[in-house]
Design a protein around this ligand. Structure first.
Ligand code: MN
Length: 348
């Protein structure tokens, strides 16, 4: 297949907004946890496979995650991707003990910042964090911004805890203050959620990732994170992890629950759930290059809230870029989808 053009010949640059990498040090750490029988079923399912299997797919993915130079750029060129917004892959350093997590996070951010400096027109970085230490995260988000990072990656739950717990809110405070969007990326479902998924091989990207991440985002909304931090920008992939499709029922049942005071934990919010989706949330189509989903989110959230993503190297499919080029959107909306919205959200 002929390579797609970079450089904007089609009327827009293609910015891919949910691209992944790993450092050799984090991969070694994952391998050590797997070998030690680390007790986290989602991690064991994911990295027990990807860090050890010699099959074609995991080998390609490991090589793709590790390469921050010529091979990644060659693949971007072949797929017509002008710029990649890159983050430490799932589950980041969330699985390590605090001290190791902090050391690996700092090192990963240094390596990513270096790669972005070497390829400033192709790579954009997101700051990794170790939410086990929220005060560290706030400092690291500031350090990342000073190194040129344009967002923060939150790799899902934190050893089975979700970040709607106010102890994690210094992360949101720092991101909002520095106008750094937070990308909430999936990992395997948390321990209490995962068993029925694991039993049928559904815990990964096929479904479990989205359930855990949609739940995480919904928890943030109902616990008032976006009332406390109204300017916080949060990005989610995979067509919004199903929440846009649920928006009507979420609004209806949330209002009914508040009125009836069924759950003491649920307090009234300033906006409806769908209003937060349209004010604070941006949606990418990593792993979901599918016109009906894109158009649904365009219609329900707005043309200014949808962005292209490839999910390299997990879903490296150059032909999917051509399918997205063919989206039946107005030229201005398509430019916003591929380029303008990412430039705005990530302050490029
Ligand atoms: Mn991804």
């Amino acid at each position: 297949m002929q390579a797609l053009a970079t450089g904007g010949q089609q009327g827009y640059l293609r910015i891919a907004t949910e691209e992944a990498f790993i450092t050799p040090q984090v991969l070694d750490g994952y391998r050590r946890l797997v070998a030690q029988g680390y007790d986290d079923p989602g991690f064991e399912s994911l990295w027990g496979f990807y860090s050890t299997s010699d099959a074609d797919r995991p080998t390609f993915i490991r090589d793709g995650l590790l390469d921050m130079g010529a091979q990644r750029i060659a693949h971007m060129d072949a797929a017509g991707i002008d710029r990649a917004i890159i983050a430490l892959t799932a589950p980041g350093t969330h699985v390590f003990d605090r001290d190791e997590a902090v050391a690996l996070t700092i090192d990963a951010n240094d390596q990513l910042a270096q790669a972005c400096l070497a390829h400033p027109d192709r790579f954009v970085g997101m700051t990794a964090i170790a939410p086990q230490d929220p005060a560290f995260c706030a400092r690291e988000i500031e350090r990342g911004a000073a190194m040129g990072m344009k967002a923060v990656i939150l790799n899902g739950h934190v050893r089975d805890e979700y970040t709607d717990d106010p102890k994690f809110w210094p992360i949101f405070e720092a991101a909002e203050a520095l106008d750094q969007p937070i990308y909430l990326h999936p990992q395997g479902p948390s321990r209490h959620l995962i068993q029925p998924f694991l039993e049928r091989g559904l815990d990964g990207a096929i479904f479990g990732f989205g359930v855990d991440t949609g739940l995480h985002l919904l928890r943030l909304i109902v616990m008032g994170v976006f009332d406390r931090f109204p300017k916080l920008k949060l990005v989610v992939g995979h067509g919004g992890e199903a929440l846009p499709y649920w928006a009507f029922r979420l609004d209806y049942m949330h209002a009914a629950g508040i009125r009836s005071q069924r759950y003491p934990i649920l307090q009234p919010l300033k906006l409806t759930i769908s209003e937060y989706l349209r004010r604070n949330i941006y949606v990418t189509f990593s792993g979901m290059p599918w016109e009906p989903a894109v158009k649904f989110c365009r219609d329900t959230l707005g043309a200014d809230r949808i962005m292209y993503a490839m999910d390299y190297p997990y879903q490296y499919q150059p032909q999917e870029v051509a399918a997205m080029d063919a989206l039946a959107l107005e030229p201005a909306e398509k430019k916003a989808f591929f380029q303008g919205n990412a430039e705005h959200v990530f302050n490029l």
